[in-house]
Design a protein around this ligand. Structure first.
Ligand code: NAD
Length: 354
C-alpha cells in the first residue's frame, strides 16, 4: 500500500546537455540579470573568465575567491562587490564550494542565482546553506537560498579529476540513499533517488576506467542532478550527521568522508530500512546494498577507511559522542555503543554487508 505523503516540487529551472554553457546569456536574460557577479574558486578562475565571456555586457564583476565550507569573511567581501557594482544576479561556476558562495549572497540579498555545476555535489538543487564563522559551521534552510536556474553542461565535467569524480559521485549517492528512508520521503522522491543511484552506479566505473568517458560523464551528471533534487526535498539522517561531524570537527574532506561512511551507515540502517536497501541494491544490480556501495567506491580506487583520509583513532570516541547529542531522523535507533562500532569499522575500512 502507498502511505500518505506530502510532495512539493522545487521551483527551479534546469538546462541539461552537452555545450549548454552556450545558453548562459539567454538564461541570464530570462532571470532579468543585466549586471552579473560571476563567482568561482581560485583554482577555477579560468572557468569564471569563460562564463564572463559568454555573458558579455551582462557581466559586471568576477570574484574567484570561493572556498570550502563558505567562510563568512569571503561572503562579506563578495557583498561589498555586490554593492559597489550594483549587481542584480549571481552566476556560479564550479563545485559545491562555489555554489555555497552564490547561495550565501542570495540568502542576504534574494538576488537570482544561475548555477553551472562542475562536480556532483548536488548543492545547486537545494535550499540549504552551510556557512562557517569562527570555526563553526551553521546550516540554514530558506527559500531565498534555492538557485533559480541551473545549467548542467556535461563538457565542463570532463576535466574533473577521476579521484574527485568518484568521491563526489559517492557523495551524491549518499543523498539518495538517505532520501530513500527519510521520514518525509514520498514515491516520487524514491523514484528519483533510485534512478540517481542507478545512473551514478553505472557511471563511476566508466569514469574510473581510462578511455572515452563522455557517456559515463553524462550519466553521472544526470544522476547528480536527481540526487541533489532528493536531498533538497527530504531530511537527512545518520549518514549526513556523521559526515558533518567528521568534516566540521575533525577537518576531513567532504566527499571522501561521504565515500567512506556511506556503506557503514547503509549496513547499520539495513535491518530497519528494508525497502530502501532493496531499492539501493536493485539500482546497483546487487542483492547486498552496503557491500555493493563499498565495492563501487573501492573498485574505482576511492579511499575506504577513515584512517587513510586523516582521521586519528583517538578522535573516534569524541565523534561518537557528538553523533548522539542531538536528535535527528534515522531508521535505526541511535545508540552510542553501536555508533562507536560503526566508526571503528569505517576507520579500519572493513567491508560491511547487509
Ligand atoms: P568543491 O566545490 O570544494 O570542489 C573540489 C575541488 O575541485 C575544488 O578545488 C574545485 O576548484 C575543483 N573542481 C571543481 N570542479 C572541477 C572540474 N570540473 N575540473 C577540475 N577541478 C574542479 O567540492 P564539492 O565536493 O563540489 O562541494 C563540497 C562543498 O559543497 C562542501 O562545502 C559541502 O558542504 C557543500 N555541499 C552543500 C550542499 C548543500 O545542499 N548545501 C550539498 C552538497 C555539498
Amino acid at each position: 500500500m502507498i502511505p500518505g505523503f506530502v510532495y512539493q516540487s522545487s521551483p527551479s529551472r534546469v538546462v541539461f546537455g552537452s555545450g549548454t554553457r552556450d545558453r548562459l546569456a539567454e538564461e541570464a536574460e530570462r532571470l532579468g540579470i543585466a549586471r552579473a557577479l560571476v563567482v568561482s574558486t581560485p583554482g577555477q578562475a579560468r572557468l569564471a573568465d569563460m562564463a564572463a565571456g559568454y555573458l558579455g555586457d551582462r557581466c559586471a564583476a568576477i570574484l574567484s575567491k570561493a572556498r570550502m565550507h563558505t567562510p563568512v569573511e569571503v561572503t562579506e567581501e563578495a557583498m561589498a562587490v555586490v554593492t559597489a557594482n550594483e549587481i542584480d544576479g549571481v552566476v556560479a561556476i564550479g563545485g559545491g564550494s562555489t555554489t555555497g558562495l552564490a547561495k550565501a549572497i542570495a540568502y542576504r540579498t534574494d538576488l537570482p542565482q544561475l548555477i553551472i555545476p562542475t562536480t556532483y555535489s548536488g548543492s545547486e538543487m537545494t535550499d540549504i546553506l552551510g556557512e562557517t564563522a569562527d570555526g563553526q559551521k551553521v546550516t540554514v534552510r530558506d527559500p531565498r537560498i534555492l538557485p533559480e536556474a541551473v545549467i548542467y553542461d556535461v563538457d565542463l565535467t570532463l576535466g574533473l579529476p577521476t579521484a574527485i569524480s568518484v568521491t563526489s559521485g559517492m557523495n551524491a549517492i549518499a543523498h539518495a540513499v538517505e532520501a530513500l528512508y527519510a521520514p518525509d520521503g514520498n514515491p516520487v522522491v524514491s523514484m528519483m533517488a533510485e534512478e540517481g543511484i542507478r545512473a551514478l552506479g553505472a557511471a563511476i566505473p566508466g569514469i574510473a576506467a581510462a578511455g572515452d568517458e563522455s557517456e559515463a560523464r553524462a550519466s553521472a551528471l544526470y544522476g547528480a542532478w536527481l540526487c541533489g533534487l532528493v536531498l533538497g526535498n527530504t531530511s537527512m539522517g545518520l549518514h549526513h550527521k556523521l559526515c558533518h561531524i567528521l568534516g566540521g570537527s575533525f577537518g576531513l574532506a567532504h566527499a571522501e568522508t561521504h565515500t567512506v561512511i556511506l556503506p557503514h551507515v547503509a549496513a547499520f540502517n539495513a535491518p530497519h530500512a528494508g525497502d530502501a536497501m532493496a531499492r539501493v541494491a536493485r539500482a546497483l544490480a546487487s542483492d547486498d546494498a552496503p557491500g555493493a556501495l563499498f565495492d563501487l567506491a573501492k573498485d574505482a580506487g576511492a579511499p575506504t577507511s577513515l584512517r587513510e583520509i586523516g582521521m586519528s583513532g583517538t578522535g573516534l570516541d569524541r565523534a561518537a559522542e557528538l553523533a548522539v547529542t542531538t536528535p535527528y531522523p534515522n531508521p535505526a535507533p541511535i545508540e552510542p555503543h553501536a555508533i562507536r562500532l560503526l566508526l571503528e569499522n569505517a576507520w579500519q575500512g572493513r567491508r560491511p554487508t547487509a
